[in-house]
Write a protein that binds this ligand. Structure first.
Ligand SMILES: [Zn+2]
Length: 397
C-alpha cells in the first residue's frame, strides 16, 4: 500500500510537494493508466464503464452474488494534496489483495472503483452520479466537457449506460481524510460518517442606480453595494444564531460599474448554503432569500435570485455505521460519528446502495492544498478499519 501511495505521489507532482491531477488531464490519465496496470498485474478483473469509472474486481465464486463497492478518486484539485482520494484507492486495492492472498471465499464480489471527476474540474462527482443515474443530459451539452470525454474515448451519448442496477450492489464504502480538525482535536482515530451535507449555490443580484458619488444626496442613493453588504452581514449572523450546524459562505462579489467615484448600480454575490438535514437546509435557504428581499427593500433596490447548483444531503447506512464501529472496537481504535461538510461520492451512491465512509484525521485540517497531511500510521489504521468493515458487510445477509 505504501509503494502504491508513493508512486501516486509522483504522478502530477508539483513543486510545492502536492499533486495536480485534474480530471481527464494528462496527469489524471497517467494515474488511471497506472491503476489499470496494477489491476491487471494483480490478476483482478479490469472493468471500465461509459462514464470512465475504472474498476478492479475480485470476483465471487457464487453466480450473481452482489458486489461490495470500495471507491474513491485519483483526480485532484489544482495543486492539491497527496492524501485526498488517493488513500481510498490504495487502501481499497490493499483490501482486494489481502482477501485474495488469504484465500477467503466471500459471498460477495469486491470491486475497487475510481470515480471520474470527483473534484469537479468539469462536473462535480460526475462518475458517482453516472453510476446512480443522476447525470443531467444538459451537462452533456457543454462542448468543452464533451471534447474532454471524447479525448479519453468516452461517448457522451452513452454516459447514461454507466448506471448500475441496485440489485447487483450490496454496499458502497470509502476511506477518506476528514478535511477538518474534529478527529485531531478529540484525539480520535476514526470518524464514522453519518451524513453528508447538502449544498446549494445561488447568484443573488442587487440592482440600484448609478450616479455621481459626490453630487448625489447620501440619503437619496440606490446603492446596490450597500444593500448587498447588509445582506452578507445579516445572512452570516442569522445562520450563526439560528442554524448551529449550518454553513453560509459568500465568496464572490461582482460590482458594476466598479469605479470608486460612481455609486454601484449592480452587485452580484455568489453564496453557498450547506446543511446535513434536508428540512433545515430548506429553512436556511428561505431565511437567506427573505434577508435578500428585506435588504433590497430597505435600500430601495431590485433583486434577482438564480440557483446555480444543488447537491442533495445524504444519510449513511445505519448498518454500515455499526459495522465500522464494530471494526474499530475489534481493532481497539476510538471512533466518533460525524457529519461530512465536504461532498463525496457516497452522497450519490447512497441513493441506490447502503453507503458508508470512514474518515482518518487531517493534521491541522488542511485540505485541497499541498500541506494536507495524515501520518502513515493513521492511514494504516483507516485501511484496517476499511478491510474489517468490508468483511463484515460482505458476510452480512
Ligand atoms: Zn476526495
Amino acid at each position: 500500500m505504501r509503494r502504491d501511495f508513493d508512486v501516486l505521489a509522483g504522478i502530477g507532482a508539483t513543486v510545492d510537494g502536492g499533486v495536480s491531477r485534474i480530471a481527464l488531464s494528462a496527469a489524471d490519465l497517467q494515474a488511471r493508466a497506472w491503476l489499470a496496470d496494477v489491476i491487471e498485474q494483480e490478476g483482478f478483473t479490469f472493468c471500465d464503464d461509459d462514464a470512465g469509472n475504472l474498476s478492479g474486481v475480485l470476483p465471487c465464486a457464487i453466480p450473481d452474488a452482489p458486489t461490495v463497492l470500495i471507491g474513491s478518486h485519483l483526480d485532484s484539485v489544482p495543486n492539491g494534496g497527496l492524501f485526498d482520494g488517493t488513500i481510498g484507492i490504495v487502501a481499497g486495492l490493499e483490501c482486494l489483495r489481502i482477501v485474495r492472498d488469504a484465500g477467503l471465499q466471500l459471498p460477495a464480489a469486491l470491486e475497487l472503483i475510481n470515480f471520474t471527476d470527483d473534484e469537479g474540474a468539469w462536473k462535480s462527482l460526475f462518475g458517482a452520479r453516472a453510476l446512480v443515474g443522476a447525470v443531467d443530459t444538459a451537462e452533456l451539452s457543454d462542448t468543452e466537457f464533451v471534447a474532454a470525454l471524447r479525448q479519453v474515448g468516452l461517448d457522451p451519448r452513452t454516459v447514461t449506460h454507466a448506471k448500475r442496477d441496485p440489485r447487483t450492489l450490496k454496499a458502497y464504502l470509502e476511506l477518506h481524510i476528514e478535511h477538518g480538525t474534529r478527529l485531531e482535536r478529540g484525539d480520535i482515530a476514526i470518524g464514522t460518517v453519518n451524513g453528508i451535507v447538502g449544498r446549494a449555490t445561488y447568484e443573488i443580484t442587487f440592482y440600484g442606480q448609478a450616479g455621481h458619488s459626490g453630487t448625489t444626496d447620501m440619503y437619496q442613493r440606490r446603492d446596490a453595494l450597500r444593500g448587498a453588504s447588509a445582506f452578507i452581514v445579516r445572512a452570516h449572523e442569522m445562520i450563526r444564531e439560528r442554524f448551529g450546524d449550518g454553513i453560509f459562505n459568500c465568496g464572490d462579489l461582482v460590482v458594476k460599474p466598479g469605479k470608486f467615484n460612481i455609486i454601484p448600480s449592480e452587485v452580484r454575490v455568489t453564496v453557498e448554503v450547506r446543511h446535513v438535514n434536508h428540512d433545515l437546509m430548506a429553512q436556511m435557504e428561505s431565511r437567506v432569500f427573505a434577508i435578500a428581499r428585506e435588504c433590497a427593500a430597505s435600500h430601495n433596490l431590485q433583486y434577482h435570485i438564480n440557483k446555480v447548483t444543488q447537491m442533495p444531503s445524504a444519510d449513511m447506512s445505519e448498518a454500515i455505521m455499526q459495522a465500522i464501529e464494530q471494526a474499530c472496537a475489534d481493532l481497539t481504535l476510538t471512533s466518533l460519528r460525524m457529519v461530512s461538510y465536504a461532498g463525496h461520492a457516497a452522497q450519490f451512491t447512497s441513493q441506490i446502495v447502503p453507503s458508508g465512509m470512514i474518515f482518518v484525521p487531517s493534521v491541522g485540517g488542511y485540505g485541497h492544498q499541498p500541506s494536507e497531511y495524515t501520518p502513515w500510521g493513521d492511514i494504516v489504521d483507516g485501511a484496517n478499519v476499511l478491510l474489517h468493515t468490508v468483511l463484515k458487510v460482505a458476510l452480512h445477509n
